[in-house]
Design a protein around this ligand. Structure first.
Ligand code: C5P
Length: 220
């Protein structure tokens, strides 16, 4: 039996990747499986926390324990996160949010015989959910953001992370490298956690479950 050091803490976790609809049957998505966020939710529940998992198109099963709210688009994710944040002591924004969405959703299926050889999509920026959670943050609430970068070099990764931290204003930022065969969708993860000052407070390399444990240890 592990530690029950999160009893009484209300932990809100987002996981997965958003899908931005194009028409009733198509979307623009990303390759996030939701594994890391799900492992964080699972580990937090095992340590006694009251967990709400906001799940965006998970490729893995949601954990037992805690409540699960299913969402799909960034817009739904934002509305749900802002509503649930009111009752959270800790917010972990692990979901991969689409930066852009189609500016309009076609009411009927887009047809190639109507479009011809080329189809031009116009995309508009999605809101920054993490930033809006930081803006709405209550006293004592801890907000943890993630940063997935395709930069391999550690110094460059830290530099990007510190700049992102300043922009987002979260209490912590979990930095990880992603790529075709790394991070997204895989079983293992390598992360560096920065605090508000940009200092390294944790590092982990291993299964997503062990990385989750290490991330939650920063709450002690
Ligand atoms: O800006 P970037 O996507 O690199 O930031 C990553 C962090 O911000 C993650 O925690 C992600 O969940 C969050 N994010 C967000 N809303 C967006 C884009 C990212 O909350 N539109």
């Amino acid at each position: 039996v592990g530690p029950r050091d999160l009893v009484g803490r209300r932990v809100l976790v987002s996981a997965g990747g958003t899908r931005e609809p194009l028409d009733p049957v198509r979307y623009i998505g990303n390759r996030s499986s939701g594994r890391q966020g799900v492992e964080i939710a699972r580990a937090a529940a095992a340590r006694g926390a009251d967990v709400v998992l906001v799940a965006a198109n998970l490729e893995v099963a949601a954990p037992n324990g805690g409540r699960v709210v299913h969402v799909s688009s960034a817009d739904e994710l934002q509305r749900t996160m802002l509503a649930e944040a009111a009752d959270a002591d800790v917010i972990v924004m692990a979901a991969a949010v689409a930066d852009y969405r189609p500016d309009a959703v076609a009411e009927r299926k887009i047809k190639k015989d109507e479009q011809g050889d080329e189809l031009v999509l116009r995309l508009v920026r999605n809101p920054d959910i993490l930033r809006s959670l930081v803006v709405a943050r209550r006293d004592g609430q801890v907000v943890i953001g993630f940063a997935a970068e395709t930069e391999g070099d550690r110094e460059r990764l830290l530099e990007l992370g510190r700049a992102k931290l300043a922009r987002k204003g979260s209490d912590f930022l979990v930095l990880n490298t992603v790529g075709w065969n790394q991070g997204f969708g895989t079983e293992r993860n390598t992360v560096v956690v920065l605090d508000r000052a940009g200092d390294i407070v944790a590092e982990a390399d291993g299964s997503k479950a062990s990385v989750a444990t290490r991330i939650l240890d920063i709450l002690r």
